[in-house]
Design a protein around this ligand. Structure first.
Ligand code: SF4
Ligand code: SF4
Length: 372
């Protein structure tokens, strides 16, 4: 059976416009009543991983959260909003992102994920996954990702956004467990997504982040709301709208390798070819086919693999990245942050957390030449 992805234009963040576009987009999938029922507790899961203002395009815009709250409420269901940042207090992140204000003005509970719950995952590679208790308490989840670039995973969309259901610093342990193996991390993300299975995904694609995401990229107008109950199919469609081959996304590649049929996706509203762009700036990548001897391959990989580089001009030495680093290989010096690149697992948690946008991902040797 083919999955359906709904793509609707939305040119700004005015509440009325976002609500109208989101309703149109969800109506094309059968309406919100198809996904939630009266009296159900529905968790809305935006991307609130780091404390940044809405116009930095790092978090799901408050108007998108507001429109989703209204649509859920109209069915008679009870919306709650929740997420867990990599570090610190979720309420503070939600406040900075403008989402707390929306919840307070609409009388909606905001939950900072703190308590955990272990879910059995017998058919997966990861047999038990510890996630936020609130996720399990809810009758259903609506996933509200922000379309952003991501240095490690290429893009952060529906599947990656559900990683926020892992509470706070536990995310770091998972990063550490996956190490530099991007496909191992993709497997974890896919298993979390499939286990928690949001009933619906609605992406904030109005102003997206391009370039050095997830923390230091630049906002770019895309003007879209995209929705689907199949997050993997939706990730494929979004990647293609941004002008890349979908297989470049590790989670999509893995899903296809595992036999998921993503060849027949129906789009409603706008078509991919109609809105596809060809100048979107992706993060530096080095995943190319290597037809050279193993010895050279390793050396080349090492010098080309994108790595986090701290800009000493904008770094305030606040130490947040050091606290976040899952590998514990960053150090605050008198004048700069030191990173042990031999032990760095390229997870880019440091970049995501940096409020100054002082960390960028650069290919190894370019980074060294330019910054050191
Ligand atoms: S790089 Fe960013 S998070 Fe790290 S110390 Fe500097 S300003 Fe703080
Ligand atoms: S330095 Fe940054 S990219 Fe490297 S392990 Fe630490 S947090 Fe991850």
């Amino acid at each position: 059976m083919s999955s359906t992805v709904s793509i609707v234009a939305c040119n700004n963040y005015y509440s009325k416009e976002v609500y109208g576009s989101m309703k149109d987009s969800v109506d094309r999938l059968g309406g919100m009543e198809r996904f939630v029922k009266k009296g159900e507790r529905i968790l809305l899961k935006p991307n609130l991983l780091t404390a940044k203002e809405p116009d930095r395009a790092a978090t799901t815009h408050p108007s998108v959260v507001e429109a989703a709250i209204r649509l859920v409420r109209e069915t008679g269901a009870v919306p709650v909003v929740g997420d867990s940042p990599a570090l610190g207090n979720g309420r503070k992140v939600a406040e900075k992102a403008g989402v707390l204000k929306v919840c307070e003005s609409l009388g909606v509970e905001f939950v900072d994920f703190k308590e955990t719950f272990a879910i059995e995952n017998p058919s997966g590679r990861f047999k038990s996954l510890i996630v936020a208790k609130e996720v399990v308490k809810a009758d259903g989840i609506i996933n509200l990702p922000k379309i952003k670039t991501h240095a490690q995973m290429f893009l952060t969309l529906c599947v990656k956004n559900m990683f926020g259901c892992v509470v706070g610093r536990r995310k770091a342990s998972w990063h550490l467990a996956a190490g530099r193996d991007r496909m191992a991390f993709a497997r974890l993300l896919l298993e979390i997504y499939n286990l928690l299975k949001p009933r619906l995904n609605i992406a904030d694609g109005i102003t997206v982040m391009e370039g050095n995401g997830p923390g230091s990229g630049l906002p770019r107008h895309l003007g879209l709301i995209v929705a689907s109950c199949d997050g993997v199919a939706m990730d494929r469609v979004i990647t293609e709208i941004l002008g890349a081959k979908a297989q470049i996304l590790p989670t999509v590649r893995l899903a296809m390798d595992e036999g998921m049929n993503l060849n027949y996706i129906e789009t409603v509203g706008k078509g991919i070819d109609e809105i596809k762009i060809n100048d979107f700036k992706f993060p530096p990548q080095m995943d190319v086919e290597w037809s050279i001897p193993e010895f050279f391959k390793k050396r080349l990989k090492k010098s080309l693999t994108p790595r986090p580089v701290v800009n000493t001009k904008t770094c305030t030495l606040c130490g947040l990245c050091v606290e976040t680093c899952p590998a514990g290989i960053m150090e605050v010096g008198k004048k700069k942050i030191y990173i042990d690149y031999d032990l760095c697992i390229r997870c880019f948690c440091c970049q995501e957390i940096c409020r100054e946008g002082a960390i960028v991902s650069m290919e190894g040797w370019i980074g060294r030449l330019l910054i050191r």
